[in-house]
Write a protein that binds this ligand. Structure first.
Ligand SMILES: *[C@@H]1O[C@H](CO)[C@@H](O)[C@H](O)[C@H]1NC(C)=O
Ligand SMILES: *[C@@H]1O[C@H](CO)[C@@H](O)[C@H](O)[C@H]1NC(C)=O
Length: 443
């Protein structure tokens, strides 16, 4: 009896091992593999991918820089590699094919193919980012290639992007911008376009037009960032979300006591000459600003809360300040800086000088001014520009990359593929790598 029972038990175990286990294993494998195959397929929806799929998505969506250069070593500050890239740039610059308005109009005739070929990331990379949408006001007037590369670098399906293109830009540029924006449900052209005149009120109006449209959108964005066509991010979307959260509801922008030579810009009435697209000083003195705080000096690029943007359209004192500013010189360089010191503005900083913020201390925009470049061991804020200068501002070259990526700013200015395309390609590679590899660690 015990012998028989033992034999039957053995038989059962044998059965189990010989038939049931392999069957279960097979079932498990087919179901499991099918699951993996489904989940790691690239998709055009807004589901966050599971961690195990990240590597396979990255393989398909990486923006590895073409050519011989080693971006990793350039970013590490390897001077030999930087020198090689700078020499390569001189050669590559002459051979480079510039993407035209027409080529984008053509390439976007099939949107799905366009998004695929240009490797847009059409899903959110984390819940934290998805729960913290950002609104962009992008004010541009030329260089369609740079606009598209900037859009691709900051694009995520849960953010919202408004593009203001200069009304007087060529028709082909307008068509190309509309063609690109039409490929994304969350990217749109401002409902009102203005003819932007350098240093005039219209530069501010372009941003205000986008801001007004963005407030109407259903996306519950938390912060607004404005950009121009020569900006490029130096942080991933996840890093930006982290930085914005740590502002604790404050805005971040340059805002300092203005130098004396700038004060005439708002103490006198300026006139816009439509025929020459110029603005000229008159000798009519203006009344003081209606705000209870002095005018502060800053720049056109800001990081502000949604409530700040909303107040621009509803606060009566702010409305009268905006009207007052319309006939001044370059209001973009003091309007935001001043409003950010007015106690009725959400996220403001008190007007006391202890709250003065330089462009270096704000996170909005990193700029290398030619006049401040120098020897850091002797107190200069930064080393000389490795590219060229335009309007006394550095257009970055490969040798600036190591420094750029050590700064806390969300964006840097200026970039131009005609000056140095390697630096932009390396940023594209680096940011895409980082957004697929560090999202969880960062948040
Ligand atoms: C990057 O993408 C290309 C296809 O565009 C692919 O052949 C390559 O293996 C990818 N590289 C990495 C490191 O994933
Ligand atoms: C337009 O795109 C198609 C493929 O999508 C290509 O064959 C054609 O040469 C392009 N035309 C121009 C003018 O770029």
């Amino acid at each position: 009896m015990p012998l028989l029972a033992h034999a039957r038990k053995n038989l059962c175990r044998g059965h189990l091992l010989r038939y049931t286990l392999p069957l279960m294993l097979l079932l498990f494998l087919t179901v499991g593999l099918k699951h993996l195959a489904i989940d790691c397929n690239q998709r055009d929806n807004n589901e966050i991918p599971i961690g195990t799929c990240m590597a396979s998505y990255y393989m398909a969506l990486n923006l590895s820089a073409p050519g011989e250069k080693n971006c990793h070593r350039i970013i590490q500050g390897d001077m030999e590699e930087v020198r090689r890239a700078l020499i390569d740039n001189l050669v590559a610059k002459k051979k480079r094919v510039i993407m035209t308005d027409e080529s984008f109009i053509n390439a976007t005739s099939d949107c799905k193919l366009f998004r695929q070929r240009r490797k847009y990331v059409m899903f959110s990379l984390s819940k934290e980012e998805q729960d913290f949408p950002i609104a962009y006001s992008m004010v541009i007037h030329d260089n369609i290639e740079m606009f598209e590369r900037l859009l691709r670098a900051i694009y995520t399906p849960h953010n919202i992007y408004c593009v203001h293109m200069d009304k007087k830009s060529p028709e082909s540029f307008h068509q190309a911008v509309r063609a690109i924006t039409s490929c994304f449900g969350n990217v749109f052209v401002a409902s009102k376009l203005v003819n932007v005149v350098y240093a005039s009120w219209r530069r501010v109006q372009a941003d205000l037009n986008c801001m007004e449209d963005l407030l109407q959108s259903k996306v519950p964005w938390k912060y607004l960032i404005n950009t121009c066509g020569t900006d490029f991010p130096i942080k991933t979307n996840a890093e930006m979300v982290k930085a914005l959260k740590s502002l604790n509801g404050h805005n971040s922008m340059e805002s300092e006591i203005p130098p004396n030579h700038k004060k005439r810009r708002w103490e006198y009435h300026f006139e816009l000459k439509e025929d020459s697209n110029n603005i000229v000083l008159t000798n009519t003195r203006k009344k003081p600003s209606p705000l209870p705080v002095p005018v502060f000096s800053g720049n056109a690029y800001i990081v502000v809360t949604r409530n700040f943007v909303n107040a621009l359209f509803v606060n009566p004192t702010v409305r009268s300040f905006i009207t007052w500013a319309k006939d001044t010189y370059s209001p973009d360089e003091y309007l935001w800086a001043t409003l950010n010191r007015f106690a009725e503005m959400p996220g403001y900083m008190p007007a006391h000088q202890k709250y003065d913020t330089s462009d270096i201390n704000a996170i909005a925009r990193l700029v290398k001014w030619e006049s401040l470049e120098g020897d850091m061991s002797k107190g200069a804020p930064y080393i000389p520009c490795s590219g060229t200068h335009r309007r006394t501002v550095c257009v970055y070259g490969t040798g600036d990359l190591n420094w750029l990526l050590q700064q806390h700013h969300l964006f840097a200015n200026k970039f131009d593929p005609k000056v140095d395309n390697n630096v932009i390609q390396c940023l594209e590679e680096y940011l895409r790598y980082k957004s697929f590899h560090q999202t969880e660690k960062l948040l």
